[in-house]
Write a protein that binds this ligand. Structure first.
Ligand SMILES: Nc1ncnc2c1ncn2[C@@H]1O[C@H](COP(=O)(O)OP(=O)(O)OP(=O)(O)O)[C@@H](O)[C@H]1O
Ligand SMILES: [Mg+2]
Length: 253
């Protein structure tokens, strides 16, 4: 398979606490990868390393066969990134933010104006004079998604993209992600919503305590009780019923 991105034994140690331990995987053209794991498993850390927003301690990351640390421009033009939290420039309007992001991707300002209008209108974000600071959580998420796709990237990296998104826009985003896959692009997204991952992803990677504990094609997980069964098999979920009883007793006492 034609690999778009490849991580080989990537590690990151945050001192005493957490470390991401020798992560290796690749994403091919036309492939959607779901990146799963409990809170604090290391999903966002991996994504930041992939984005070169965090320095790895060891290992290698290549994008279209090139080292991401050595070719920032190529990398920026071809990768779309949606962070898990809001935009860093909330004093801008949605339009100004997309113009700024497009500029960073090297897109001509004159060429982008019409596109921005169209995208903002479809995503119901045309509140001209409002700064992003005043946006609801979901509106910010929608804007972050648009800023990840506006330059038609070859690799889309989405950190919990559906978080806070209204159903009709989530459906639209899922369609868009699927179309991008059909177009030969590669997508990795983290999510806690197993139903979405099961429907959208070709392959899943399950992370726990900074290590990959499971990997597989969604189509081959049916015999393991689907994605739900796969998750429960590899991540201890045995005490859910017991904890439910404990909490009910605690809050009632
Ligand atoms: N800059 C940092 N310095 C120290 N520790 C960090 C730093 N960033 C993340 N961590 C730690 O790394 C671990 C993994 O965090 P990360 O954000 O990658 O988890 P996650 O899988 O994305 O979780 P969530 O599902 O909650 O988003 C956590 O224990 C977190 O406290
Ligand atoms: Mg995260």
């Amino acid at each position: 398979m034609d690999k778009i991105v490849e991580l080989k034994s990537v590690s990151k140690n945050f001192g005493k606490g957490f470390s991401l331990d020798s992560i290796s995987f690749s994403i091919g053209r036309g492939e959607i990868v779901g990146y799963l794991g409990p809170n604090g498993a290391g999903k966002t850390t991996t994504i930041k390393l992939l984005m070169n927003a965090l320095r790895k301690d060891s290992g290698s990351i290549s994008f279209m066969g090139k080292n991401i640390e050595k070719d920032e421009t190529l990398f920026r033009k071809h990768i779309g990134y949606m962070p898990e939290n809001g935009t860093p420039f909330e004093f801008l309007t949605a339009r100004e933010y997309l113009e700024f992001v497009s500029g960073a991707y090297g897109i001509d300002k004159k060429k982008i104006r019409g596109k921005i209008d169209e995208l903002l209108s479809i995503f119901s974000l045309t509140e001209e004079k409002k700064s992003v600071r005043t946006f609801s959580k979901g509106m910010k998420q929608k804007l972050l998604f648009l800023s990840a796709i506006i330059h038609n990237p070859d690799l889309l990296i989405l950190d919990e993209p559906f978080n806070a998104i209204e159903p009709q826009t989530a459906m639209l985003m899922k369609n868009l992600i699927y179309e991008m896959k059909q177009d030969g692009k590669a997508v990795i997204f983290s999510s806690h919503v197993l139903e979405i991952v099961e429907k959208l992803a070709d392959k899943v990677i399950l992370l726990n305590n900074g290590k990959i504990v499971g990997e597989g094609f969604v189509s081959s997980l049916k015999s393991r009780g689907g994605l739900d069964g796969f998750f429960r098999e590899l991540i201890d979920s045995s005490n859910i019923d017991e904890n439910t009883v404990k909490i009910i007793q605690t809050i009632k006492s």
